[in-house]
Design a protein around this ligand. Structure first.
Ligand code: NAD
Length: 362
């Protein structure tokens, strides 16, 4: 909903810990870059809980609903988790796109990370999230005949807890279609056009097996896309050994959560990994990392993940040229290597890194 002058509105919500630091620094960068944006920072999280009696006040929700782009920092405690609950779960943002890309100069632990450029696509609404848990006794009462694959009934475990994993046809088909559309877009940019599906279908035959089967069925409807499947343990090994062979890796929710941190680290570090969460008529953008209480308040957090998330947001908002300029500037700062943050082996503060990106924008 850009205005007549083409200025687009962004709502920035820092969340908690370093989330606030990296979002503030990124917003200053976007403003200093002169991009056509009006950036709003409405109350949310703990401060809003105190001032408005709610971590996501109605006015903040209204602004998010009307914005062209939403940039989130990170959650930690309950008040900032409530912000994610609103942005992700309540808006049905089912597709979490997590690009894994090596920038020359980034601190990858791999001997040769050149050419790593893939996406972990995490199914965001089902699987073991959002938690559905209870006491084993309840499960034994509700499903007295349920047995595991060695024949034990739930009542035979004694006291304990359970968590429910949900895999619906609707949820699986829509994420599979999203994966295919994403792979086609990437193919237009020279990538191979391949979906790698990750499950544990050898053990969770009915649930993960269903996910695998439905995904393969959808991918086969798209001419020109390749399909492969790996068990999650094998996939984790491949992310380290053959990351260049990946294109769009479609993971069930928890597997995607875990594997994307592993992949991010292989490509250069968690501080570099951006993401976007998409629903059918909704999107918001956030780094993959959390609130990092161990380094919060020290101005040393790497803002790259948030800057690259902002670049994804700009592209989504129709500002593709600005998005490309921003990503290219980040790449230049890594290539140059002189003003990197501590996690990347440098000494730059969050602000100094952003200044370097601003200068690299030209
Ligand atoms: P984390 O991602 O916050 O931090 C993991 C490690 O990576 C820490 O050592 C941290 O210092 C480092 N790190 C993370 N981001 C960095 C950056 N930008 N620059 C430099 N170093 C960085 O994960 P955690 O410590 O397991 O969790 C802390 C809190 O964050 C928890 O409450 C967790 O639930 C939450 N969390 C939130 C999200 C989210 O908001 N999407 C994601 C993951 C974790």
């Amino acid at each position: 909903m850009g205005d007549a002058a083409g200025v687009k509105t962004v709502v920035a919500l820092g969340g908690e810990g370093i989330g606030v630091e990296v979002v503030d620094a990124t917003c200053e960068l976007l403003a200093a870059a002169g991009f056509p944006l009006r950036i709003l920072t409405p109350p949310h999280g703990e401060a809003a809980q105190r001032s408005h009696g709610s971590p996501v006040p109605d006015e903040t929700k209204r602004l998010c609903g009307a914005a062209d782009g939403i940039l989130f920092g990170a959650a930690g405690g309950p008040a900032s988790v409530a912000v994610i609950t609103y942005l992700r779960w309540q808006q049905d943002a089912y597709a979490n796109v997590r690009p894994i890309k090596y920038y020359e100069g980034a601190r990858s632990p791999l001997a040769d990370p050149r050419g790593i450029d893939f996406v972990v696509l995490r199914e965001n609404m089902e699987g073991l999230y959002p938690a559905r848990e209870g006491d084993l006794a309840e499960l034994a009462r509700a499903l007295p005949e349920l047995r595991d694959h060695i024949g034990r009934r739930m009542g035979e475990y004694g006291e304990g807890r359970f968590a429910v994993k949900v895999v619906s046809r609707h949820g699986t088909e829509r994420i599979a279609r999203f994966a295919c559309e994403l792979a086609l877009k990437r193919r237009d940019r020279g990538r191979p056009g391949k979906i790698t599906c990750v499950t544990k279908s050898n053990v969770l035959v009915r649930s993960d097996g269903f996910f695998q089967e439905v995904v393969e069925g959808v991918v086969r409807q798209y001419a020109g896309l390749a399909f492969e499947h790996f068990y999650v343990d094998d996939a984790s090994r491949r992310f380290v050994r053959f990351p260049q062979a990946m294109d769009v890796v479609l993971c069930m929710n928890l597997y995607g959560d875990i594997l994307s941190d592993l992949a991010a680290e292989a490509a250069g570090g968690l501080g570099i990994a951006p993401s976007g969460c998409f629903g059918d008529r909704w999107a918001y953008f956030e780094s993959v990392h959390g609130s990092a209480p161990d380094i919060a308040g020290q101005a040393i957090a790497n803002p790259t993940a948030t800057i690259l998330s902002a670049a994804m947001m700009l592209e989504h908002m129709g500002l593709a040229a600005e998005a490309e300029r921003l990503e290219a500037a980040v790449a230049r700062v890594y290539r140059d290597g002189r003003r990197l943050t501590r996690d990347q082996g440098g000494t730059a503060t969050t602000g100094e890194f952003c200044k370097a990106v601003l200068e690299a924008l030209g």
